[in-house]
Design a protein around this ligand. Structure first.
Ligand code: AKB
Length: 333
């Protein structure tokens, strides 16, 4: 049985990865860690939670030893839009956590999962059916850290034999914790506003197609890659994984099938739009399918039905203003 530590467990993905991992490997075998004390509110099953700044190598080493950890999931990251507000902090956090965890993985023989992102691609990348191995010249600092991270993880595997693995995640849509500071955040927010206010103002233009994925598929990709037979992995850092691709009009049309009066308007965020323009419309994930059997379970129609059902229940007890429904009701309540 794996003994797992998740760094950055209080983020959008970590909050759902922890329960998924605990269901598979046992509650006591998965240690949730986060720099924020209030992150512990997400984990109410009695499993271990530790306060940890993943940039603190000494404390991370102590926790890894204390819990006999053999596998680490590194979910620490400042996302793309917030990274543009403070590029130095983005570099410090994203690279600092990774290099600490790589060094500890080398020293203590750990397996290490680190997600990359569609953000690892840039303007000169082919945008349609973006290949696994292609040009990666991102224009955002987030993208720069993701490419550097992919290269570092491969370096540690090739030079030291560290078992590093990762996927290039699309925008992740979930009904538990909200994303914070990403370019694809609108695709979560739109559901809260559609239910609460029957209208939404998108910050990306119509025609801005991006890869997206429902959270259950993101946790499935993460777990399945870490369980994959290493002999079959030609690539390691990182695999394209795709599930669906849509623009703001596409998701609005899908929501309208359930809320016919839903209205979409636009107020473009120039920083997010520039980032989104440089990202793929849709990635080719053939290598993930061939090397470890990746296959998504959720497409846009199926996800929309589930998101609306779950959020309808959640928002029933939540009194919020239009334009703020996501932030106000988006907690784990
Ligand atoms: C972001 O928008 O920054 C993230 C991502 C696609 O990596 N959701």
């Amino acid at each position: 049985m794996k003994k797992i530590l998740v760094a950055g467990a209080g983020g959008q993905i970590g909050t759902e990865l922890i329960p998924a991992l605990r269901q598979i490997y046992g509650t006591d075998n998965v240690v949730a860690t986060d720099i924020r004390e209030d992150a512990s509110q997400f984990f109410t099953d009695g499993g271990p939670f530790e306060l940890l700044d993943a940039l603190d190598g000494e404390k991370t080493r102590n926790l890894i030893k204390k819990y006999n950890i053999d596998t680490v999931f590194n979910m620490v990251a400042l996302l793309s839009a917030v990274g543009e507000k403070n590029p130095m902090l983005s570099w410090k956090v994203n690279m600092g956590a990774l290099i600490n965890l790589l060094e500890l993985s080398k020293e203590l023989n750990l397996s290490l999962f680190t997600p990359s992102s569609i953000g690892a691609f840039g303007e000169s990348t082919p945008h349609d059916n973006t290949p696994q191995d292609t040009i990666q010249r991102p224009g955002s600092i987030y993208g720069v850290t993701k490419v550097a991270g992919e290269l570092l993880c491969d370096y540690y595997f090739n030079k030291y034999g560290v078992d590093t693995r990762g996927v290039r995640l699309p925008g992740i849509i979930s009904n538990v914790a909200l994303p914070g500071g990403g370019t694809t955040d609108y695709a979560v927010d739109i559901f809260y506003e559609a239910i609460k206010c029957k209208k939404y103002t998108a910050n990306l233009k119509p025609g801005t197609y991006l890869d997206m994925m429902y959270m259950p598929d993101a946790t499935k990709a993460t777990v399945e890659l870490m369980e994959a037979n290493p002999d079959k992995l030609i690539h390691r850092n990182c695999f394209n994984v795709a599930a669906m691709s849509f623009d703001p009009e596409g998701i609005a049309m899908e929501i309208r099938k359930h809320i016919p009066e839903f209205q979409l308007s636009y107020e473009i965020d120039d920083v997010r739009q520039a980032i989104a323009n440089s990202w793929p419309n849709k990635m080719d994930d053939t290598c993930a399918r061939e090397e470890w059997g990746w296959k998504p379970d959720w497409d846009l129609p199926k996800m929309t039905v589930d998101m609306l059902a779950v959020l309808n229940r959640k928002l029933n007890s939540c009194d919020c203003d239009c334009g703020d429904a996501g932030k106000c009701c988006g907690k784990n309540n």
